[in-house]
Design a binder for this molecule. Structure first.
Ligand code: XLS
Ligand code: CA
Ligand code: CA
Length: 444
C-alpha cells in the first residue's frame, strides 16, 4: 500500500498516512497488529476472507450526541454552511479515511451521502450529484460499494413506519426513496442492497393492523426487487434483522423470523440476511447463533460487525473487540465456505467520549485486528483440533443403518416404535461442552 492518498481538494487527516501492518510487538496505535491483508490463510488472503467495509453514517455523519447531550465531536469536514458543500466535504473526508485505513468496501444510506431536498425531485437531484462524485472517487481510489440503502426512519414522515406506514402517501415516499437509492447503488456498482426496517414495526397493537402491515412490507420488497432487477442490479438484496429500537417490536425480529418471512413470500431467491452482531444480542441471541441460523438456511448475505455492552441491552454499536466471539463467528463462516458476496461492515461508532480525530482510525484498526485473529484461530481450530470431527461423530448414529433410513424419510412412527423396543434403553453419551470450550481457549 502506498502512503498518503487523498483525492479531494483538502487533506482531512494530514497527520495520518496509510495504516501499516506492524505485527503484535508494535506499540503504534495507528498500525495493524494482526490484520496483514496479503497474508494467506488457507488459500485466500485475509483481505479476501474478510472483505472489510466502513460505514458512512456513524463515522462521518454522527458526532457523539445522545438523548441526553449534544455533539461532542468536532470534525473538520463539517464546517460548510451549505448542505451540498458539506456533503462534498464529507465525501472527500470519507474516501480519504477509507483509503488510508485500507478497507476495500464502504456502505451508505442515501441521506448520509446527500441532503434531503424540498421535493422528491430535488432529493433525487441532490443524491445523483453526490453519486457522480462518489463514482469519480471510487475510480480514483479503487474503493468498492458493499451495499447501499435508503434511510426510511430519520424523517418525521416515517414516524409510523416507511413501507409499513398506515398512510399510503407515506409508503409512496418510501418507494421513491428506495427507487433512487437503488439507482445510486447500481450506478456505483454496489454488490448488495440492504433493507433495515427501523420503523417497520409497532409501538402498540391497539392501533396497528400487523397482518396488513406485514403484507404491505412483502409487496414493497417485491416491487423493489422487480425495479432493481429491471435496472440491471444483479447483486443480493439483504434484510437486516433487529428485534426493537426504535420501535417496540420490529417485524424483522431476528434471523429465523426473516428467513421464515422470505420463504413464505417467495423472496428467498433474491434476498438474504445481513446479520448485525449487536442486533443478535438485542434479540437475546449470540452473534454466532444468528450466523448459524443463516448458514443453515443458505441465506447468509453479509455481516455488520460490532458489539453491544454486556451490562445493558442497548444497541451501543461498539467496535468489536471480543476474540472469543470473533472466533465463534469465524468458525460458522468458514464452515459455510466463507463469505460469498457479503463483507464485514463496521456498523460501529467510537464512544461519545472519544473525541480525538485519530480515534475513528483506532476503533476500526481494533475491529479489523479482532476479526483477523478470529479468522486465524478459527482456521487453526478447523485444521488442527478434533472439534469438527467430534461434532460430526456426535451424529454418527444417523450415518448408516436405520438412522440413515430415518433421515431419508423411509421410517414411519410405528417403525420407530419397534426400533425403540428392539434397541432397549440407550446409553447416555456426554455432550462434552466443557471440552469444546477449553479447546477454543487453547487455540486463542
Ligand atoms: C441500525 C442499523 C442500520 C442499518 C442500515 O440499527 O444497524 O444502521 O445497518 O440502515
Ligand atoms: Ca447495521
Ligand atoms: Ca446497531
Amino acid at each position: 500500500m502506498t502512503a498518503t492518498i487523498f483525492v479531494g481538494e483538502r487533506e482531512y487527516f494530514p497527520a495520518i498516512s496509510a495504516i501499516p501492518y506492524e505485527g503484535r510487538e508494535s506499540d503504534n496505535p495507528l498500525a495493524f497488529k494482526f490484520y496483514d491483508r496479503n497474508k494467506m490463510v488457507g488459500g485466500k488472503s485475509m483481505q479476501e476472507h474478510l472483505r472489510f467495509s466502513a460505514c458512512y453514517w456513524h463515522t462521518f455523519c454522527a458526532k457523539g450526541s445522545d438523548p441526553f447531550g449534544v455533539d461532542t465531536q468536532v470534525f473538520p469536514w463539517d464546517s460548510a454552511s451549505d448542505s451540498m458543500a458539506a456533503a462534498r466535504d464529507r465525501m472527500d473526508a470519507a474516501f480519504e479515511f477509507f483509503t488510508k485505513l485500507g478497507v476495500p468496501y464502504y456502505c451508505f444510506h442515501d441521506r448520509d451521502m446527500a441532503p434531503e431536498g424540498r421535493s422528491v425531485a430535488e432529493s433525487e437531484k441532490n443524491l445523483s450529484v453526490l453519486v457522480s462524485l462518489a463514482a469519480e472517487r471510487q475510480q480514483a481510489t479503487g474503493m468498492k460499494l458493499l451495499w447501499g440503502t435508503a434511510n426510511l426512519f430519520g424523517h418525521p414522515r416515517y414516524m409510523n413506519g416507511g413501507a409499513t406506514n398506515p398512510d399510503f402517501t407515506v409508503v409512496t415516499h418510501a418507494a421513491a426513496q428506495v427507487k433512487a437509492a437503488l439507482d445510486a447503488t447500481v450506478a456505483l456498482g454496489g454488490e448488495n442492497y440492504v433493507f433495515w426496517g427501523g420503523r417497520e414495526g409497532y409501538g402498540s397493537l391497539l392501533n396497528t393492523n400487523t397482518q396488513r402491515e406485514t403484507e404491505h412490507l412483502a409487496r414493497f420488497l417485491e416491487m423493489s426487487r422487480d425495479y432493481g432487477r429491471s435496472i440491471g442490479f444483479t447483486g443480493t438484496f439483504l434484510i437486516e434483522p433487529k428485534p426493537m429500537e426504535p420501535t417496540k417490536h420490529q417485524y424483522d425480529f431476528d434471523a429465523q423470523t426473516v428467513i421464515g418471512f422470505l420463504r413464505h413470500y417467495g423472496l428467498a431467491g433474491d434476498f438474504k440476511v445481513n446479520v448485525e452482531a449487536n442486533h443478535a444480542t438485542l434479540a437475546g441471541h449470540s452473534f454466532a447463533h444468528e450466523l448459524q441460523m443463516c448458514t443453515d438456511a443458505g441465506l447468509l448475505g453479509s455481516v455488520d460487525a460490532n458489539r453491544g455492552d454486556p451490562q445493558n441491552g442497548w444497541d451501543t454499536d461498539q467496535f468489536p473487540t471480543d476474540l472469543y466471539d470473533a472466533v465463534q463467528a469465524m468458525l460458522v463462516i468458514l464452515e459455510d465456505g466463507g463469505l460469498k458476496g457479503g463483507g464485514f461492515n463496521f456498523d460501529a461508532k467510537v464512544r461519545r467520549e472519544s473525541t480525538d480525530l485519530e480515534d475513528i482510525f483506532i476503533g476500526h484498526i481494533g475491529g479489523m485486528d479482532t476479526f483477523a485473529r478470529g479468522l486465524e484461530v478459527a482456521y487453526r481450530l478447523r485444521e488442527q483440533s478434533s472439534l469438527g470431527e467430534r461434532k460430526q461423530q456426535r451424529y454418527s448414529s444417523f450415518d448408516s443403518g436405520e438412522g440413515a433410513r430415518f433421515e431419508q424419510g423411509h421410517l414411519d412412527l410405528a417403525a420407530m416404535r419397534d426400533l425403540a423396543e428392539r434397541g432397549g434403553e440407550p446409553l447416555n453419551r456426554s455432550g462434552k461442552q466443557e471440552w469444546y470450550e477449553n479447546v477454543i481457549n487453547q487455540y486463542l
